[in-house]
Design a protein around this ligand. Sequence first.
Ligand SMILES: Nc1ncnc2c1ncn2[C@@H]1O[C@H](COP(=O)(O)OP(=O)(O)OP(=O)(O)O)[C@@H](O)[C@H]1O
Ligand SMILES: [Mg+2]
Length: 329
Amino acid sequence: MNLEKKPLLRVLGLKTYFISFGGERIVKAVDDVSFEVSQGERLAVIGESGCGKSTVGLSILRVLPPSARIVAGEILFEGEDLLKKNPKEMARIRGKKLSMILQDTMLSLDPVFTIGYQIEETLHRHTELRAEALHGRMKELLWDVKIPGPERRLKQFPHEMSGGMRQRIVGAIAFSCEPKLLIADEATTNLDVTIQLQYLNLLKDLQKRTGVTLLFITHNLGIVAELCESVIVMYAGKIVERSPVMDIFDAPAHPYTKALLQAAFGLQDLSKRKPIRGEPPNLAKLPPGCSFHPRCAFAQELCRQEEPGEISLGPKRSVKCWYFVKNIH
Ligand SMILES: Nc1ncnc2c1ncn2[C@@H]1O[C@H](COP(=O)(O)OP(=O)(O)OP(=O)(O)O)[C@@H](O)[C@H]1O
Ligand SMILES: [Mg+2]
């Protein structure tokens, strides 16, 4: 990571809550999350299902479901707070400078329009390309994501394609205007291993060519190791560890990160693969203290009572865990 590069995106104290009708149930999906991404950086966001990863991405793009509210925070993109932009300004930024490959591809694609129409619309809105040049670019984009017979595919509707193909089409649309920041949310989940590799290579090429900054939300730690430079680990709506990628694999700091790695790796030796004990907490009813304490083998009395603050472990490395406070002081 290049430390001199200025941040392209700074998220400060972001709180995004899902509030039930009547307001009696509040799910703190993202709770006081701060991080920054430098220009050209590839940052991974990892964590178990339901910890708030997608909600971070959707908050940045401001495409949250109606029950969600951003109750605090700033999202500075190129120095400007996206939370202060009006819907028209946001629509101009979205797709052009800021793109997201949504986890649910059926939400990204409109079922009543052909794939061709949907790609054309994006290119028409955000680029100067017209007529032959525009059509040529559309075919090129499908070739880029390894979809054979682009001419025929452009005439098809989303439901006529497999999940993996739809995922690649969504990727093609997200890349089409060469955004500055691309948020990829589980972009490779529906792809088979070979296509997954091709897709990752495509992202790497795209990055080399355009210098796009990547926020990569994923469950796949193999991809994190392959593609990303730094990682943030989320647990129950909060960041519990941040680190350069190699350090996190060599010496994970938070007991949760350790457990996450242990559950994912040991792939070569299944006997070493250990699921994380217990269940993630209910985000509408978090335990007191450190949210991870009910599942943590190292939990002490303090962990059950007070939430730990962020402890710096070196440049670009930090952890929120009482164990480190105690060992440092
Ligand atoms: N529309 C909604 N209404 C109420 N709660 C929601 C809604 N969408 C998400 N949530 C809750 O917000 C929390 C965070 O969800 P989010 O989708 O951000 O998690 P995630 O980390 O992306 O999970 P996954 O890995 O499964 O994609 C979850 O506990 C989820 O139940
Ligand atoms: Mg998600």
